[in-house]
Design a protein around this ligand. Sequence first.
Ligand SMILES: [Zn+2]
Ligand SMILES: [Zn+2]
Length: 328
Amino acid sequence: MGRKVLVGLLVLVMLGTIAISQRHKILIPLITSGTQISQLLDANPVPGGQPFGDENHFSIVQLDAKTYAIAEPYSWARNVNYLVLGDSRALLFDAGVGHYDIRPVVASLTDLPVTFMPSHFHYDHTGQGTWAKIAIVDLPHVRERADGNLLQPTWGEHLGDGEGIDMPTWNVTEWVKPNSLIDLGNRELLLIYTPGHTSNSVSLLDVQRQVMFSGDFISDGGLLNSMFPTARLGDYLQSADKVLDRTNAMQEIIFRGAHASPANTIPNSSRDDLQTLRDQLIEIREGRLQGQGPYPVVYKIAEGMLLNTESAFLQNWDPTYPDDHEVH
Ligand SMILES: [Zn+2]
Ligand SMILES: [Zn+2]
């Protein structure tokens, strides 16, 4: 082989390696414009929902005496945020896509002091504005880069510049270790670390009510996603196994995910849905379930449930923390 051909091949390999390692930095600005994605004009009304304020952006559904879903039917992502009340304080799990301020909605529903906690750091869950009390999962890779209690998501964790949303800086008032309880006063939420969609994704399990607020880990919105920076299929499978194990005695548990389907019903996935996801992840890992498209690859998990993820040769099946003890 001639020397020039060899050098040419080497350059091609180098460029290919750079393109693969920088794929998110290259692709995300390409597929986003940096400006707000326009609101949906003719969204289905949220069943049982009470529209809030003049703008009607938010729609409130009371799930029980002390639990509210705050849906955003007109946002392209159809976000659903949850306000969980105890006797002494309230927890807001996700604060919306950030084009509208959810704080007046929350204030209309409770006088209790409110702690904000994101299910993960993607901009469509972190909302806008600041909160006096902010709870963040206490993970080694997150905590080590915090400046005292000040924490800013990384570009790849937040991705808000794709839609012109500024990066927040959080003054964390409560670092919550995985597998520990958040006490709201006569109501406890167990924080379960559920990475896979991102490396900082968490879910909150209400054992008494047999409900799990599951963020983007499992949702009935039709599309699961494990392709953005920090996503990892090995984590997704580990999370599915862990949650199935933890909920073994709660066969009727409802998973309240963070994105609604076009029908705008409040997400309510079942344990069977999670079992299907877990089984299909194994099929993907073993190469027995084929996806569509070069990048992202779309796998059909079940009727109405797709998974967007990396091409097979980029899939990482090693969990970030192979042993649950490493995170607490
Ligand atoms: Zn997300
Ligand atoms: Zn999301």
